[in-house]
Design a binder for this molecule. Structure first.
Ligand SMILES: [Zn+2]
Length: 474
């Protein structure tokens, strides 16, 4: 009897047959950009069975199961779903940021929006309520139709200092409290530990002391968790590398990175997880150039567009002092931000040239940075900084999956989840062509895209897709 069962198993194995009831969809006649940096494969097909990639290769080698659904996508391009390694979810209503908006409904809407823009996985850095971890757990047991979550739970903010989300993150004051926070987060099952070390250009008198960051990193490593730090200053970044930090959530922005720092990062394998070029870009633009671009306006609420276009915003944000919820001070948002943007781009170039491991992350979610939209901006800025479109795609897919240590996502390879972005135009010709979204697949299932759905309103109420994408909003 036992042998018989064994025999049946073997038979199934050798036949290579999909299990009974398997659901198979084939994307045919596409050019595959697999995310690994390998040359694009024209005239290709992807076989997706039960949400996973069962086969990828030239159409000439395709063996289609009889009952497979075949999509002829002649002329289109397929790349892996984008991974954004630095976001915050559910904290906004229009242009107002508050923890009370972090509801399951709003988080779900953000995750749906990420997927609509082709961002099929996000790493949330330190502002999650506990229910987000529960959502993540549910996703991992199923085939999600919205962006996959990696979560750093509630990050470490020093009392009176910069970072976190008031009402969600509980500030700490001592190394002991730092260790306690890590233990609590570890018990909740977070994927990473986040900490903030910044004083907003010396406008805040308190910054996380090195004794506290060292304790957090040490405790996290004891719990087998990696640590990611928000930084601004080169000196802090160097100290954190000495303390064993695993990755940075932003670029060094106060001065040029030096050889000592680059060597330290490489020697210890420290990642620039999310260079957040688009964040610095957003802060350098007093007037946003994309307010009439449907690729942007379809992805934000009507209230957001109205607020961003209003004269009141110009007066309050562009020239005046602004008080942000939770910050104990007012600041001129755009003051001196051009210099920060250029420093960020230069340091990004230096890290890439030196061979430091770099990912793609935007810090979208908070006010002024937009879920999904910013990921496309970020890749465009990588190219502006001198990378090839192929590199930008690789960093946003394969490399980010490497950082997350998730072998199931990030490239179009056999046995991985079929999280895919289908494009009308070739992103290798022009990285802005990632905006020509024809379809998005999450675990093998098509989901609404930014061109078939819009945020918080019926599709019929939204500006139409321009005929000549990508358009230049500037
Ligand atoms: Zn952030």
């Amino acid at each position: 009897m036992r042998n018989l069962k064994f025999g049946v198993c073997l038979l199934a194995l050798f036949a290579g047959a999909a299990p009974a009831g398997a659901e198979t969809t084939i994307l045919k006649n596409v050019t595959v950009i697999d995310g690994t940096g390998a040359p694009a494969l024209p005239d290709a097909a992807i076989v997706m069975t039960d949400g996973k990639i069962a086969w990828v290769g030239p159409v000439s080698g395709l063996k289609a199961p009889k009952d497979a659904k075949v999509e002829d996508l002649s002329g289109k391009f397929v790349m892996p779903g984008i991974i954004d390694s630095h976001v915050h979810v559910g904290m906004m209503h229009d242009v107002t940021q508050d923890e009370k908006y972090e509801t399951p409904q709003n988080v779900q809407a953000d995750l749906k929006q990420y997927a609509a823009y082709g961002v099929t996985t996000v790493q949330v850095l330190g502002t999650d309520k506990d229910f987000v971890l529960e959502m993540r757990n549910q996703q991992r047991k199923s085939r999600p139709t919205v962006a996959r979550i990696f979560s750093a739970g509630q990050g470490a903010v020093i009392k009176g200092g910069y970072g976190g989300l008031v009402g969600v993150t509980e500030p700490i004051a001592t190394p002991e409290e730092g260790r306690k926070l890590v233990d609590e987060q570890a018990a909740k099952g977070v994927d990473f530990i986040k900490l903030w070390m910044d004083d907003e250009r010396k406008t805040i008198p308190v910054k996380m002391p090195y004794s506290v960051s060292a304790a957090i990193i040490d405790e996290a490593h004891k719990k087998h968790l990696r640590t990611v730090a928000h930084i601004f200053y080169l000196d802090d970044a160097k100290e954190l590398v000495r303390e064993g930090i695993d990755g940075f959530a932003h670029m060094v922005r106060d001065q040029p990175v030096d050889a000592e720092f680059l060597d330290m990062m490489k020697a210890k394998g420290v990642w620039m997880v999310s260079p957040t070029l688009s964040r610095e870009m957003a802060y350098s633009l007093a007037v946003m150039p994309w307010l009439n671009d449907p690729f942007f306006t379809r992805g934000v609420t009507p209230g957001t567009v109205a607020a961003l276009r209003s004269m009141a915003r110009e007066q309050a944000v562009v020239l005046g002092l602004t008080r942000f919820p939770g910050l104990p001070y007012e600041k001129k948002v755009f003051w001196d931000m051009d210099r920060t943007l250029f420093q960020t781009l230069e340091n990004y170039q230096a890290m890439v040239k030196a061979g430091v491991k770099t990912g793609m992350g935007t810090d979208s979610g908070p006010n002024g940075r937009f879920p999904g939209f910013n990921a496309h901006e970020e890749m465009q800025l990588q190219v502006l900084a001198g990378r090839t479109p192929m590199d930008a795609i690789k960093s946003a897919t394969h490399d980010n999956a490497e950082w997350l240590k998730d072998p199931m996502i990030g490239s179009i390879e056999k046995n991985k989840w079929a999280d895919l972005l289908v494009l009308d135009k070739n992103p290798l010709d022009d990285i802005r062509n990632t905006e020509t979204i024809a379809a998005v697949y999450m675990a093998g299932q098509p989901v609404p895209t930014i061109w078939t759905s819009c945020r918080d309103r019926a599709e019929s109420q939204c500006p139409k897709r321009p005929a000549d994408l990508p358009n230049m909003p500037y």
